[in-house]
Design a protein around this ligand. Structure first.
Ligand SMILES: [Zn+2]
Length: 389
């Protein structure tokens, strides 16, 4: 049997989107304007919501104006960079070879976005009793910052969708859970001194190390005691320190140190509570530090907070995704997505999109044409849906 392939127009649009360099640090406006113009040809107006500098935008569009709010197709437009990676093709070249579309973002997640946009006309002409919404965000890869603006903008416009399908690469198997990702930076201010005079100093590295040790103790506690949540590669919450900086010379007690760490909490755990424990422990060290020098202490910054996601195999949107994808099963994924943010906004959500996370963020990232064709069949089915139940 021949392997199914996507419609030429959808594939061409995916190639166009891959061609835009939308690494998270860059502007995504050229790509957003391209999608806006594509939708405008069909008479569809896009809502753009911008970052503070107006260098990046989310796009939200409703296909089926006048119908009750319906199902969101959600994707992020930014990609991770490819610096230092060994690519055999141009990351922006969108080469199609051996049944695959290669390029940064092809799987994560421009293939999905392009397939959704390519079906805009079908959604417009759909007899479904509800609208289809397109929701494309910026800065997902560095902390899901854009989608928070997008959800706020949607609320402001009075749009209350029934459900959301996040098209992250799950090989078109509906995913109903992932862990959260919470990252923090801790800056320690001590008091410097010649290293022969330690009683007159506050050693920032040593104090930072105590808090690092605390994070480690918590990680061991999760492994030892946390109720297991089967289906994840690691079925308990994890904590990890990723960076540590401090010190200027062997004979100077360091004034400054900083480290960065993360929690990946189970859907049944609470990373904010974990962070509160770290902060409380650091605060308990401050009185002794401040006896030596009053302006010493700890300062914490939030880098990102991506909530965990827990949907349900019983949700109508999950059952719909299973039916449209022709899948009997659901899965859980190891990576963070925007799904938890939609869910927390009161919108039933499932994660389902073409391509594999095994290829995302890798050199020679690709999405197979077979996966794009399956995504296309999914969209065609969605345009024929008569009710969500
Ligand atoms: Zn992604």
């Amino acid at each position: 049997m021949a392997v199914p392939t996507p419609a030429p127009r959808a594939l061409e649009f995916a190639r166009t989107l891959v061609g835009f360099n939308t690494v998270s640090a860059n502007s995504n406006l050229a790509l957003i304007h391209c999608i806006r113009d594509e939708l405008a040809r069909l008479g569809v107006k896009s809502r753009l919501s911008y970052n503070a500098e107006r260098t990046k935008a989310n796009l939200f569009a409703t296909l089926g104006e006048g119908k009750p709010a319906g199902i969101i197709l959600s994707g992020h437009t930014d990609t991770v960079p490819w610096d230092g990676q060994d690519w055999s093709v141009d990351p922006l070249g969108a080469v199609v070879r051996d049944g695959r579309l290669y390029g940064r973002g092809s799987a994560d997640m421009k293939g999905f976005i392009a397939t959704a946009v390519a079906h805009a006309e079908r959604f417009l002409n759909s007899k479904a009793p509800f609208a289809i919404h397109l929701a494309f965000s910026y800065e997902e890869e560095i902390g899901c910052f854009g989608v928070k603006e997008l959800i706020a903008d949607m609320r402001e416009a009075g749009i209350a969708p029934l459900a959301c399908i996040v098209g992250e690469p799950t090989s078109m198997v509906p995913a109903i859970a992932h862990k959260g990702v919470y990252r923090y930076r801790c800056c320690v201010r001590g008091k410097e001194a010649h290293s022969s005079l330690t009683p007159h100093s506050v050693n920032a590295i040593e104090l930072a190390a105590r808090v690092v040790g605390r994070v480690r103790d918590m990680a061991e506690g999760f492994e030892r005691e946390e109720p297991r949540y089967e289906g994840f590669d690691v079925p308990f919450s994890t904590a990890s320190v990723g960076q540590f900086h401090g010190g200027i010379a062997d004979n100077v007690v360091p004034r400054d140190a900083e480290f960065r760490y993360e929690f990946r909490d189970l859907p049944t755990a609470d990373a904010r509570r974990m962070q509160e424990q770290v902060v409380a422990y650091a605060r308990s060290l401050e009185p002794a530090m401040q006896q030596v020098a009053p302006d010493t202490g700890f300062r914490f910054e939030t880098i990102c907070e991506i909530p965990s996601f827990l949907g349900s195999a019983e949700d109508d949107v999950t059952r719909l995704a299973m039916r449209l994808a022709g899948e009997q099963r659901t899965t859980q994924v190891a990576f963070g997505t925007e799904a938890g943010l939609f869910k927390n906004a009161g919108i039933r959500t499932v994660v389902c999109g073409p391509g594999s996370i095994a290829q995302a963020h890798q050199p020679d990232e690709y999405v197979s044409l077979e996966q794009l064709a399956r995504c296309q069949a999914f969209m065609e089915g969605l345009a024929e849906v008569r009710s969500l139940a």
